[in-house]
Design a protein. Structure first.
Length: 426
């Protein structure tokens, strides 16, 4: 029995070796495996378990050969939902404007989290292709535009304690053996020797609360000209003359631009800031999304086997973005992809607050008959004066009264333009 005991121990040790080796860095218990990421379709930023606020650039890759459109959706994340719960899931809401062109390790769109309540969310990248939709999901993401008051109080207390320590430097007292008459000192030399107390610096500056974009103007529709990382500061040169409260700052590398006031902490004397006029936004063509959920038009009759087929082409707003209480023009191109004359028809345009549909204003654009294979452009005018500095959607409905009998009645609605209403004179 004693001769067999060492052999038994060797067998047990050999059985335990694979179990130990299974706990290395490549084990399946790791929460994230880079090899599982599809290099052609992915979201690279923000990562899971990340806190976002204000407007966030969603980065990643969509590089497929048969892309029709793609955009990012979001919905609240329910962490305590049971598998047997019959409660329907929350619907997905569009977070970015759809695009058609491929993107490789760049911005997929900008998500304005100010339109969502604080809490946990999940993101979904939806790619519409000729072979059907594809999805990439990401969670959890925490939206925190309004941090709890105790977070700010704790931070302030820590800063005050640190300042008190800095304001009480240790001074070595000279040893005096007999009374002496102190000689007058040069006040200039004394000032040069004393360290500058940053707590007494009253120059205006901002400190980034999160990694923040610096833009060419006071709106997320402007291009990014620089970055201010979390905890870093920059000099304030002024504020936007449009009344949006965006700060005009100068970075350490000399670049200048605007930054949103909700993602930074302003310090110093802000009473005499110069008012800076942002550059105008040039009118640019707007991508035509097809997947944003909108109200469906009245039911259409059965489609014939042959005839016209009307579809949306380019949509363009002037000015873009629109200005509160000022009329803007929307140009709409319509194509007839069918094999018959369309006859006359109307396109209805509805401008309203994104997500809720409040503050809706409408107009109708009339079109003459469009021959098969040809296109026509027409325009309408709208004036919006509600929900300033909030995102609006301009929804378009083609052949709203079913005046045209088309070969495909299912592609007559859903074209949408998105913008943030500028304050202007409101």
């Amino acid at each position: 029995m004693r001769a067999r005991f060492p052999g038994f121990l060797i067998i047990v040790m050999l059985l335990l070796v694979p179990l130990a080796l299974g706990q290395d860095g490549n084990s399946v218990i790791e929460p994230y495996d880079e090899m599982m990421v599809n290099p052609d379709v992915n979201i690279s930023f923000p990562p899971p378990v990340y806190v976002v606020r204000d407007s966030v650039d969603i980065r990643g890759t969509v590089n497929l050969p048969n892309i029709l459109s793609f955009f990012v959706e979001f919905r609240p994340l329910i962490v305590d939902k049971m598998d047997t719960d019959d409660q329907p899931e929350e619907p997905w809401s569009p977070g970015t404007v759809p695009q058609r062109l491929s993107v490789v390790d760049d911005i997929l769109g900008t998500w304005n989290t100010m339109m969502a309540r604080d809490g946990l969310y999940e993101l979904r990248l939806k790619i519409n292709t000729g072979d059907g939709p594809q999805y990439v999901r990401l969670s959890p993401i925490r939206v925190e535009n309004n941090p709890p008051p105790f977070v700010e109080e704790t931070t302030q207390t820590e800063v005050e304690m640190q300042t008190e320590v800095e304001e009480q430097p240790e001074v070595e007292q000279p040893q005096v053996e007999e009374p002496q008459v102190e000689e007058p000192q040069d006040p200039t030399a004394e000032q040069e020797s004393e360290p500058v107390d940053e707590a007494l610096d009253d120059s205006p500056r901002v400190v980034a609360q999160v990694n923040s974009n610096v833009r060419a103007g006071d709106n997320t529709l402007y291009q990014v000209v620089g970055f201010l990382l979390e905890g870093k500061s920059a000099k304030i040169l002024g504020t936007s003359s449009r009344g949006t409260s965006w700060y005009f700052i100068e970075l350490d590398n000399g670049a200048r631009g605007f930054i949103h006031p909700n993602i930074v902490r302003a310090e110093g004397d802000l009473s005499n800031l110069e008012r800076i006029a942002p550059p105008p936004l040039p009118p640019t063509p707007i991508p035509i999304p097809t997947a944003i959920p909108v109200e469906a038009p009245p039911a259409a009759p059965a489609a014939p086997a042959s005839g016209p087929n009307l579809v949306f082409g380019e949509i363009r707003m002037e000015p873009h973005p629109a200005i509160c209480n000022e009329t803007y023009t929307i140009h709409v191109m319509i194509h007839n992809n069918g094999n018959g004359d369309s006859g006359g028809f109307n396109v209805e345009v509805r401008d309203s607050r994104r997500g809720t549909g409040e503050g809706q204003v409408t107009t109708q654009i009339g079109y003459p008959p469009i021959p098969a294979g040809q296109s026509r452009s027409a325009f309408g005018r709208l004036t919006q004066n509600q929900y300033v500095e909030e995102e609006h959607h301009v929804n378009l409905f083609l052949d709203i009264h079913n005046q045209v009998s088309e070969t495909n009645e299912g592609d007559n609605h859903g074209a949408t333009a998105a913008y943030i209403l500028r304050r202007g004179g409101c």
